[in-house]
Design a protein around this ligand. Structure first.
Ligand SMILES: C[S@@+](CC[C@H](N)C(=O)[O-])C[C@H]1O[C@@H](n2cnc3c(N)ncnc32)[C@H](O)[C@@H]1O
Length: 213
């Protein structure tokens, strides 16, 4: 992971934020072994941010696009253990791994995993449902599409968080980087959507927080 803040500051923030439990630590370590370069799993800092927002909001119906090993899923579940969480993930291998981790967690029964491609099946997944907390962390090239669709399924007070909103800093120079172009468009979409109050925060790889007014 290319950190966007000074490494010592990053470490100081981790040292002064709630610790992850032993299961979350194991998930993060296993995920790192699976894909050390991609570093796809949330970490202690971004995880504690998700947990805190869930704790504050106490959502009843959470949607996560892009679950991977379930680290972020469990952080949101820990913050809001009475919620229902629907996770959309297209990789069957990681779903099996995440399910084993969920089995070892007391919040297991609130998590429902949908094995699907968010890029083609999001309309169907969203149909007739309102969510009060949506975490977007799947295909970066589809971010604008996800955000446009998801924004219509959040009621007043609903929370939207988009991960990797600074895309390793490449949003400053998007040339030849399709993912950076898409993430940048998504950030602008949220800024310009008058239904939302938004804060783009330099937490880990950038977390864009938007609240439906
Ligand atoms: C960055 S990881 C998610 C990390 C997880 N949210 C966390 O914070 O620990 C992105 C995940 O999105 C999944 N993904 C990518 N494109 C997808 C798509 N079109 N539909 C569903 N899942 C997708 C990948 O398989 C991967 O598991």
């Amino acid at each position: 992971m290319k950190y966007l803040t000074d490494l010592e500051i990053e470490q100081y923030c981790k040292d002064h934020s709630s610790r992850e439990n032993s299961l979350l630590k194991k998930i993060r370590q296993d995920a790192f072994r699976f894909a050390p370069q991609a570093d796809m799993c949330s970490d202690q800092l971004s995880g504690s941010f998700l947990r805190n927002i869930a704790l504050l909001k106490q959502p009843k119906n959470i949607l996560e696009l892009g679950m991977f090993y379930g680290y972020s899923t469990l952080c949101m579940a820990e913050g809001s253990p009475n919620a229902k969480i629907t996770c959309v993930e297209h990789d069957g291998r990681v779903i099996n791994i995440a399910k084993d981790f969920f089995d070892a967690h007391p919040c297991n029964n609130i998590i429902n995993v949908i094995h699907a491609d968010a890029n083609t099946q999001l309309d169907e997944i969203l149909s007739n449902e309102k969510f009060d907390f949506i975490f977007i962390d799947a295909d970066k090239k589809a971010y604008v599409d996800y955000v446009k669709k998801c924004c219509n399924h959040l009621d007043t007070g609903g929370v939207l968080i988009v991960d990797n909103a600074l895309w390793r800093g490449n949003i400053l120079n998007t040339e030849n980087d399709e993912k950076a172009i898409s993430v940048d468009e998504c950030n602008k979409e949220l800024l310009n959507d008058e239904r939302f109050e938004n804060s783009l925060l330099p937490v880990r790889d950038g977390m864009h927080l938007a609240i439906r007014k």
